[in-house]
Structure formats: structure tokens, C-alpha cells
Design a protein around this ligand. Structure first.
Ligand SMILES: [Zn+2]
Length: 121
């Protein structure tokens, strides 16, 4: 299930992507979901959209993950500016991954939504 989630595949059949566009362009339609899965008919769109909240949670997770590589490589101390460098580098990573994060948060929400039995075919 996790690989299907990370590649934003249909939560029901995991055969096709949940997004209208395969790539991240056009950016304006980045998170545009298909109405229904063409393979299994799973409804993709939901009226409620909690993608934003999940996106925020993912951002926090990324900051923590960044700490995992930053700390051993550069070290962290209150005596110098390493805290600021860590925050800046983490922010850059989050911005670079933002298109993917936006999609992933939609996918996670859809998986939760479908997972709780609200299939609504
Ligand atoms: Zn499907």
C-alpha cells in the first residue's frame, strides 16, 4: 500500500494515478483529481478537502527528517548559527518538494477517506 500511496495511485485498485496530469505541470492544475478512476470506478473527488492540514503535518515531518541528516553532518549548537542554517536548509527542501507534498497530502487524504469505507461508487 505504501508504494501506491507515495506514487499517488488509485486507493482502490492501485493501477492508475489519481491526478488528471501525470507530471506537475501545469502548476495551476497540480492537484486536480480525476472524477472517477477509469479502471475500477472509485470516486476520487470528495467535497471535503483536508489536504491543507495534512500538508502542514507533512511539512513538520520533513523538518524532523532533515534534522536526521543535518545533525550528524554539520552538527547543531546554540553557540553558533547552525540552528539558522538548519531552518533555512529545511525550508528550502520543503519548498522544493512542495508540489510533491501537495499531491501526497491529497493522496493521503483520499486513502484515509476510502479506507474508512466511504467508497460511494
Ligand atoms: Zn482504481
Amino acid at each position: 500500500m505504501l508504494p501506491a500511496l507515495l506514487t499517488c495511485k488509485c486507493p482502490s485498485c492501485r493501477k492508475t494515478t489519481i491526478f488528471v496530469h501525470k507530471g506537475i505541470f501545469p502548476l495551476g492544475e497540480l492537484v486536480l483529481l480525476k472524477d472517477y478512476c477509469e479502471v475500477c470506478g472509485q470516486k476520487m473527488k470528495s467535497e471535503r478537502n483536508n489536504g491543507g492540514g495534512i500538508n502542514y503535518a507533512l511539512t513538520v515531518v520533513l523538518f524532523i527528517l532533515n534534522l536526521g541528516w543535518y545533525w550528524p553532518i554539520f552538527g547543531m549548537s546554540y553557540k553558533d548559527n547552525s540552528m539558522y542554517y538548519y531552518l533555512i536548509s529545511s525550508t528550502l527542501v520543503v519548498i522544493l518538494l512542495q508540489p510533491y507534498l501537495m499531491r501526497l497530502s491529497r493522496a493521503i487524504y483520499l486513502y484515509l477517506y476510502v479506507g474508512f469505507g466511504n467508497t460511494d461508487k
